[in-house]
Design a protein. Structure first.
Length: 438
């Protein structure tokens, strides 16, 4: 409707994109009145109060990011000039933490030989924070392309190597005599003990999934497994993802789901004698988990992808599945079977998972080809949440010429979502932190 020009205030201003005008006729004054209305922000849109319009990019190679209890964002990545780690800490709003190192960045050397320079190349796989605020980094110390060992190091809250941990600040673990050992994920128990999934590889004879537990001071925990080491169960099942339960039991997932007691022994009351296989596909594909969350009621959510074998080059199929606490399929989630997801014509891979307090599941991943970061939110019953993003999907473009590989997704205390992605192909390996409205 066109308003009479003699009854409209000529003053005007440009409104933000979320605002709109609502006009009505006031019978008392016989004038048209215009109100500025604000549209509610849609879940899945970037939070403009974080960083640079919703995201922060910063140089970091092979980075992993975790949210600290005070809301700070801690990222760990490689240091190429020696055996050590680069740590970057951001405040909750995405600004570099001025109280941490130089503009929020600290390089922590672990070891250099005075005559031969750096020995080995450390690649961090995970970073956790102990109850006293100290930072533990776990990863793979590579001597050659085919030789390496598991390494853990502890750093003080202000960014210095903690020489009271292990052997002068770090612990080296030779799993089973394999020549290429690596760690994958870590968790910290309430008493500070450090639990990790690992892989002990052999170039000629394959390898085994392993479990490793350190005491809070970095020494091997001899009350766990055999001298602090245990085989993942079953031996033939690669297990990479790790989640702790409040009672001390824990789960691993990879090519299946296993529950263990506190000492690292398979809990035979769970699933099929302690293990639930992922037999989702009948065409020769295997299902591998990349993310897992234990819900407050004990149910378990896993996400992952199909894995092809041999010469089969069919695209990966992303999946999400939920079980009851005892490992049986949860019939209230997609009738007990996995949700198979496709986001783009080139498909995508699920790489991380978070579950919101209302039970909705957020899967983070990347598309194939020109890799773009993705988010998909599912309702409790496994259907896509149409109130999130575009029909339940968010696809984020990387910088021009680059690709984005999702690394993690976290639900923040205020319900917003924080994602971390590796940025490659732009000349400098970088990390992107993004915050979305939840």
């Amino acid at each position: 409707m066109r308003l009479p020009t003699d009854k409209v205030d000529s003053r005007c201003r440009i409104l933000p994109a979320r605002d709109y005008l609502d006009a009505f006729h006031d019978e008392d004054s016989q004038r048209f009145k215009v109100m500025i209305m604000t549209q509610p922000s849609r879940a899945g849109t970037l939070d403009p109060t974080f960083g640079n319009g919703g995201y922060v990019d910063f140089p970091l190679a092979n980075g992993v990011t975790r949210v600290q209890s005070n809301g700070n964002l801690l990222s760990a990545g490689r240091w190429f000039d020696g055996v050590g780690v680069t740590l970057v800490r951001h405040l909750p709003d995405g600004a570099p933490d001025p109280a941490f190192g130089e503009a929020g960045r600290v390089i922590v050397p672990f070891y250099t030989h005075p005559d031969h320079g750096p020995v080995g190349n450390f690649k961090p796989a995970d970073v956790v924070v102990q109850p006293d605020g100290k930072i533990v980094v776990g990863g793979h110390l590579a001597f050659t392309d085919f030789e390496g060992i598991v390494m853990f190091a502890r750093i003080t809250s202000d960014g210095r190597l903690d020489t009271t941990f292990g052997n002068a600040g770090f612990t080296l673990v030779n799993m089973t005599g394999g020549n290429k050992d690596e760690t994958h994920q870590m968790s910290v128990r309430p008493d500070g003990r450090i639990l990790a999934t690992a892989f002990s590889g052999n170039v000629t004879a394959g390898g085994l999934s392993m479990l490793c537990q350190l005491a809070a001071d970095g020494t091997m925990d001899f009350g766990f497994g055999h001298g602090g080491l245990a085989n993942a169960y079953p031996l033939s099942s690669m297990q990479f993802v790790l989640r702790l339960r409040a009672d001390g039991k824990f789960y691993t997932s990879g090519f299946g789901l296993t529950r263990y007691d506190e000492r690292g022994t398979a809990d035979r009351t769970f699933g099929n004698n302690g293990h639930v296989p992922f037999g989702f596909f009948d065409d020769g594909r295997m299902a591998q988990a990349t993310g897992m969350v234990i819900m407050p009621d004990g149910r378990i959510v896993c996400v992952g992808n199909s894995v092809t074998t041999g010469d089969d080059q069919d695209p990966t199929i992303a999946w999400c599945w939920r079980t009851q606490a005892n490992g049986s399929p949860d019939a209230t989630f997609n009738n007990g079977i996995p949700v198979l997801s496709s986001i783009s014509e080139s498909r995508h891979a699920n790489l991380a998972l978070a579950v919101q307090p209302d039970g909705k599941m957020v899967c983070a991943g990347s598309t194939y080809g020109a890799a773009r970061a993705t988010l998909e939110r599912l309702n409790l019953d496994g259907t896509r949440d149409a109130t999130f993003g575009d029909g339940g999907i968010v696809i984020a473009d990387p910088p021009t010429g680059g690709i984005a590989i999702s690394e993690s997704v976290h639900v923040l205390p205020d319900g917003k979502l924080l994602t971390s992605a590796l940025l490659l192909g732009t000349g400098v390996a970088s990390q992107r932190l993004s915050r979305y409205l939840g």
